[in-house]
Write a protein that binds this ligand. Structure first.
Ligand code: UGA
Ligand code: MN
Length: 253
């Protein structure tokens, strides 16, 4: 079974570092297809080169986030959902391009700044409908996600909006490709309240709690961390640039 990884990415100082780190993990995994969608109005060489150097089977797409979803500089990070147009283009690409191999794939939304253990992909590969596991360092908690017993989800550990049907991060689940293809019109809805992207999408895919396949040692093993790369301080670069002595712009960081 192929794992289709849907990864939104956008330009920032740490983009290359994050994508290289992720590609180093993905190189350890067999039978994957990395669909990387740039938040941009064109494909960039930076992303193209990382993908080509990795030798991972990949598809490079792009769509810039529609205006009503763009966060103003004055807005806090959580004000608008991030990566939604990009994930939706990934879903559209799957629906238009993967035909005739229904049941033969798994779809996972893998953000570019998380930390993935190679064994996570072993866990998700045999997903029949939907599988889940905990995600560490998210929601202001050590971890957030399903609490499981004998392979089934019994409850969720979360501190925030606990009334959500599936209070989990995007990195907490994988879905069999046939569910994506059979629910052709279901996309991630950017209009939902903060924190409701995941649960809304899963609910509209017709997922029920009883059918979730618990992975990662009955959800007691952490295999993915919601790490967020901090923004580097460029004060000296800015200072030297203003003096005309900045670093060589041909060096792509
Ligand atoms: C958290 C969740 O982990 C995300 O799955 C969720 O989409 C997001 O919140 C949200 O609120 O919408 P967080 O770490 O805060 O994620 O967000 P980022 O990792 O910065 O962004 C999620 C993905 O979208 C990343 O792959 C990132 O590269 C991409 N992104 C971010 C864009 O494509 N464009 C942007 O302007 C920002
Ligand atoms: Mn992130």
């Amino acid at each position: 079974k192929t794992i289709y990884l849907v990864t939104p990415t956008y330009h920032r100082l740490t983009q290359q570092a994050d994508l290289v780190r992720m590609s180093n993990t993905l190189k350890l995994v067999e039978s994957i297809h990395w669909i990387v969608i740039e938040d941009s109005n064109k494909k960039t060489d930076l992303v193209k080169n990382i993908l080509e150097d990795s030798s991972i089977k990949h598809t490079q797409l792009y769509v810039s986030t529609s205006n009503d979803l763009v966060r103003l500089n004055s807005d806090p990070r959580w004000k608008k959902h991030r990566g939604v147009d990009q994930r939706n283009l990934g879903l559209k690409w799957l629906r238009e391009n993967i035909t005739g191999q229904i049941n033969d794939g798994v779809v996972y939304f893998a953000d570019d700044d998380n930390t993935y253990h190679e064994n996570l992909f072993k866990e998700m590969r045999n997903t029949k409908k939907i599988s889940m596991w905990p995600v560490a360092l998210v929601g202001g908690l050590n971890w957030e996600g399903p609490v499981c017993k004998n392979g089934r989800v019994v409850s969720f550990y979360t501190a925030w909006e606990p009334n959500r049907m599936f209070p989990v991060d995007m990195a907490a689940f994988a879905i069999n490709l046939h569910v994506i293809l059979e629910n052709n019109d279901v996309y991630i809805n950017p209009e939902v309240k903060r924190g409701y992207l995941e649960t809304d999408f899963l609910e509209r895919l017709g997922i029920t709690k009883d059918e979730i396949e618990a992975k990662a040692e009955d959800c007691q093993k952490i295999l993915v961390w919601h790490t967020q790369t901090s923004e580097p301080n460029m004060k000296n670069e800015i200072k030297l640039q203003s003096l005309g002595r900045g670093s060589n712009p041909k060096i792509v960081i």
